[in-house]
Design a protein around this ligand. Structure first.
Ligand code: FES
Length: 284
């Protein structure tokens, strides 16, 4: 066995012999992820009905979760599925006494858990927020990296979040369908608004991100490490298709996150009557 030789390296927080702008990428990522997390948290709490948030929540009598004033139903992905405690659907499973909770509070754990345990995001936020390491050949503040242990074992839950995220794609696809169904009194018809397209693109981007997941790729390939031992042509074709998405998993991760937030922002702007959801085709 050959002895591993450690190259000399500058020691201390952020110390390095690199002379390029190695700090630019982790700083940009920290800003990007920080903005996304703050925005999602603000919007999630906005529809809650306690403390300062009751200015916006159910007591205030307005809802910024879905565009309804164009006879369609364009639901923000941050609030889907729309769980209203004590009401129809999934809400009937939740005690009515929790009416003050925002629908986003019941479901954001799934996308947050899925992204938080994603292999790509782990690299991104370990570098950006924990400087562990901030970049290749840059000294870490907490000693050398020696694996995800102890508390970080929860990262192993990724595959289970992936199952939920795949199911979530069907929920969001249903929302796109609902955004094509227009109703006014007894009249009903199909149509497409800008909001419908915004939600549809959201499903495409989230699909590209979710179906390119490393865990999904393993699952769809037949939960095996080599095709030599069987698995069949169909599993291999699915695995190859996922591999294609997986090559750009980082891009799908970044763009899909942006578009989820933009979709919500679009709904928020339209429900606040700053923008209007233009009906492009059909409607009633
Ligand atoms: S590895 Fe990124 S979503 Fe699974």
């Amino acid at each position: 066995m050959v002895d591993a030789k450690q190259l000399p390296m500058a020691r201390g927080l952020g110390k390095t012999d690199r002379i390029d702008s190695w700090w630019a990428s982790p700083m940009a990522m920290a800003a990007y992820l920080g903005i996304m997390v703050v925005y999602a948290t603000w919007r999630g709490f906005m529809e809650a009905d306690f403390w300062i948030f009751s200015d916006f929540g159910a007591s205030a009598g307005t809802s910024t979760m879905a565009i309804e004033n164009k006879n369609s139903h364009v639901l923000s992905p941050l609030f889907s599925p729309l769980i209203i405690p004590g009401k129809d659907g999934l809400g009937s499973w939740i005690p009515e006494s929790l009416w003050w909770m925002s629908p986003a509070m019941f479901i954001l754990i799934v996308p947050a858990g899925f992204r938080g345990t994603c292999y790509y995001y782990r690299k991104a936020y370990y570098r950006s927020f924990f400087a562990s390491p901030a970049a290749c050949a840059v000294s870490t503040p907490f000693g050398d990296y020696n694996g995800e242990r102890k508390l970080f074992l929860f990262q192993n839950l990724h595959r289970y979040f992936m199952y939920l995220a795949v199911a979530y794609l069907f929920v969001l696809s249903y929302d796109v369908y609902m955004a094509t169904q227009f109703h006014s009194g007894d009249d009903a018809g199909m149509g497409i608004s800008v909001g419908t397209l915004v939600l549809a693109l959201n499903v495409v981007l989230l699909g590209g991100y979710t179906l390119g997941c490393h865990s999904f790729r393993h699952l769809i390939g037949g939960i095996r490490n080599r095709f030599r031992n069987g698995g069949g042509k169909i599993a291999e074709k699915c695995w190859t298709a996922c591999s294609g998405l997986n090559k750009n998993h980082n891009k799908w991760a970044i763009y899909s996150l942006f578009w989820v937030m933009f979709s919500d922002f679009y709904v928020y702007m339209c429900t606040s009557e700053v923008w209007s959801d233009l009906v492009l085709i059909g409607g009633v």
